[in-house]
Design a protein around this ligand. Structure first.
Ligand SMILES: O=C(O)CCC(=O)C(=O)O
Ligand SMILES: [Fe+2]
Length: 253
């Protein structure tokens, strides 16, 4: 296993923190996959350490890293803002995107089969991106979001063109209760002929949530059917909240 060394805070010996790809490889994927099948979302506790979170959010103002900035209120998306990273993605973002994709491909392919969607996904993220880019979806979609008091993110789906990878990941970079209150990660799921079902995912700093982008199959007594999902963030009561969003498909012009 390759490691990068990081000094432990306070007294004690330096601790070796496994590189991100190794940490992702060592996650309990069978149970995460079962959670995704059952609920359409799965929580990875402490995927990033506090230092990694701080590093990422502290570079929000560095515009050399980003291709564009979106003021959410201007588009009716909510309140707050976000920035899309430019290529080349900074190290941890690229590593997260490349390493989280392979363990999700099997679920994505299985879900498409159950929903009778003919698209199947290649094993490597580079190959999937080549498909996006060949179809004109070549702008990077990973993003950093920033919320302040009273900011929120309306329920939405991150679709950017014909090519869609059906799962995405968000990592909370701030500390609930200390950096902000409110600002909960919310998912809704609409089943045919039923009212929408809400779900709140309780995230702590460094936790990641894997969730369905727009559709997933649910197995019922008469076979499987397709449900429609959206995600968003409830209103912050105070403070500042940053999130890293990892979307696997790229965006069209
Ligand atoms: O800030 C959040 O928790 C939600 C971010 C989001 O919409 C996304 O990552 O696609
Ligand atoms: Fe989103």
């Amino acid at each position: 296993m390759s490691t990068v060394s990081a000094s432990a805070s306070g007294a004690g010996l330096p601790q070796a923190v496994p590189a991100l790809a190794d940490r992702i490889g060592a996650l309990p994927w069978p149970s995460l996959q079962a959670e995704l099948d059952a609920h359409g979302n799965a929580l990875i506790p402490a995927l990033l350490g506090a230092d990694e979170c701080t590093q990422l959010l502290s570079r929000y103002a560095d515009d050399t890293l980003f291709r564009s900035r979106v003021t959410m209120a201007r588009h009716g998306f909510g309140r707050g803002e976000y920035k899309y990273y430019a290529y080349p993605l900074p190290d941890p973002v690229q590593a997260l995107r490349a390493a989280l994709y392979p363990p999700l491909v099997g679920i994505a392919n299985r879900w498409n089969e159950a929903m009778e969607i003919p698209v199947r996904y290649p094993d490597s993220h580079a190959d999937f991106l080549a498909r996006c880019h060949a179809a004109g979806q070549s702008r990077p979609t990973p993003l950093l979001l920033r919320y302040g008091p009273d900011d929120y993110n309306c329920l939405h789906q991150d679709l950017y063109g014909e090519h869609v990878f059906p799962l995405q990941v968000a990592v909370l970079l701030s500390r609930p209760g200390e950096d902000f209150t409110g600002g909960e990660f919310v998912l809704t799921e609409q089943r045919p002929r039923m009212q929408s079902r809400p779900e709140v995912v309780p995230l702590r700093q460094g936790d990641a949530v894997i969730f369905a982008v727009s559709n997933r199959p649910v197995h019922g007594s008469r076979g499987s059917y397709r449900v429609n999902l959206r995600h968003g963030v409830s209103r912050l009561r105070w403070g500042r909240r940053f999130t890293l969003g990892v979307i696997f498909h790229d965006a069209g012009a």
